[in-house]
Design a binder for this molecule. Structure first.
Ligand code: NAP
Length: 321
């Protein structure tokens, strides 16, 4: 069977690494664009024979080089995203200008589909630059190219995420864990394999001109997520609700670090629930169920943070209530 060609931006991230395995296993040939071919080459794996994954290094988004790549593809997927700015204007560049440029080129080269990963809940969080830049990116794509599929996930988790794994590391070492907005903000976490299945089905199917929200099977508050992570690693910690002025001050300080744990912009985002909006269809409406439950999945890798490791007896764990 002839391979199908996909051009993938942001392949070396959490979603990209998992998506590549699914796509190559199913006979898609991927050209992955990365800023650092050596780092990406080290972490990217296929589930196919050699020849299904090409890496292309682009240090910046050079228009003529992207044209050349787009010419030879039928589907382009954009997974590039950032959680914080290293310099002013980066949110706009990455979340608005880049999808604008890619979707214009998708149209110019008459490709079959442009698939873009945006984010859930960004319509309401108007005081977040992250959210505004993502939303502006969506608007540009919708205006530029009708063969778009915009996917808006809630938090995506897995053994190789920056979310559950970072929090388990923090909960492991901190005696007290600060929580914001009393830990009441709601999320609908989706396991990366469930999300990848949705993306795969959307690529295979006839859907175009579509904006879809992707949520997992449960609604969990931030506090419930922390409690589940604590249970999984067998630790008891005090979850301390921080008053807003102190939370703001801590974000001001933390965002000075090279890889900040929290920024002021993220604190603004944390105010808003991250659940389906009712504005768009969800993966469930299209028949793509997310089947993986948060607690069951984190249990599969949380042993890395448990005292005694994978083979520690359960009765040694200090389960939290
Ligand atoms: N993970 C989640 O929980 C989640 C939730 C909602 C939405 N999303 C969205 O889904 C998409 C993929 O998420 P992810 O978690 O897989 O992303 P990720 O791991 O944070 O990063 C994706 C890729 O973006 C590229 N990138 C990062 N900073 C860049 C920069 N300054 N310039 C150019 N490229 C840069 C990197 O590729 P190279 O280093 O190879 O160049 C990186 O591997 C993003 O748009 C994200 O906003 C993710």
């Amino acid at each position: 069977m002839k391979q199908k060609e996909i051009l993938l931006f942001g392949a070396s991230g959490q979603i990209g690494r998992n998506l590549i395995r699914k796509l190559t296993k199913n006979n898609y040939k991927i050209t992955a664009v990365t800023r650092n071919i050596h780092r990406a080459g080290y972490i990217l794996k296929t589930q196919a024979n050699p020849g299904y994954l090409d890496l292309v290094e682009l240090k910046s988004f050079e228009s003529d080089k992207i044209d050349e790549l787009m010419k030879n593809t039928s589907i382009c997927i954009n997974l590039i995203g950032i959680l914080y700015e290293k310099k002013k204007g980066q949110f706009k560049l990455i979340h608005t200008d880049l999808p604008d440029m890619l979707s214009q080129k998708a149209k110019k080269h008459s490709i079959d589909k442009f698939v873009h990963l945006s984010a859930l809940g960004i319509e309401v969080s108007k005081d977040s630059e992250y959210a505004n830049s993502k939303l502006n990116g969506e608007k540009k794509i919708i205006r530029n190219f009708k063969n778009h599929i915009i996917i808006k996930p809630s938090i995506v988790y897995s053994v190789d995420d920056n979310f559950t794994t970072n929090f388990m590391s923090l909960l492991n070492i901190l005696p007290i864990m600060p929580i914001y907005f009393n830990g009441n903000t709601k999320f609908t976490p989706i396991h990366v394999n469930d999300l990848v299945n949705v993306i795969y089905n959307l690529i295979e199917g006839q859907n175009k001109n579509l904006v879809i929200e992707c949520v997992g099977p449960e609604v969990l508050t931030f506090k419930e997520i922390m409690q589940k992570l604590l249970n999984a690693i067998g630790k008891k910690r005090f979850l301390l609700p921080l008053p807003l002025p102190i939370a703001k001050l801590s974000a001001k300080i933390l965002q000075l670090f090279p890889k900040p744990l929290l920024t002021e912009d993220q604190l603004n985002l944390l105010k808003y629930d991250n659940c389906k909006s009712g504005i768009y269809k969800t993966n469930y409406d299209l028949g793509f169920q997310a089947i993986r439950k948060f607690e069951e999945e984190i249990d599969k890798y949380s042993f890395n943070w448990r005292s005694g490791g994978q083979f520690a007896k359960d009765n040694n764990l200090e389960k939290t209530k």
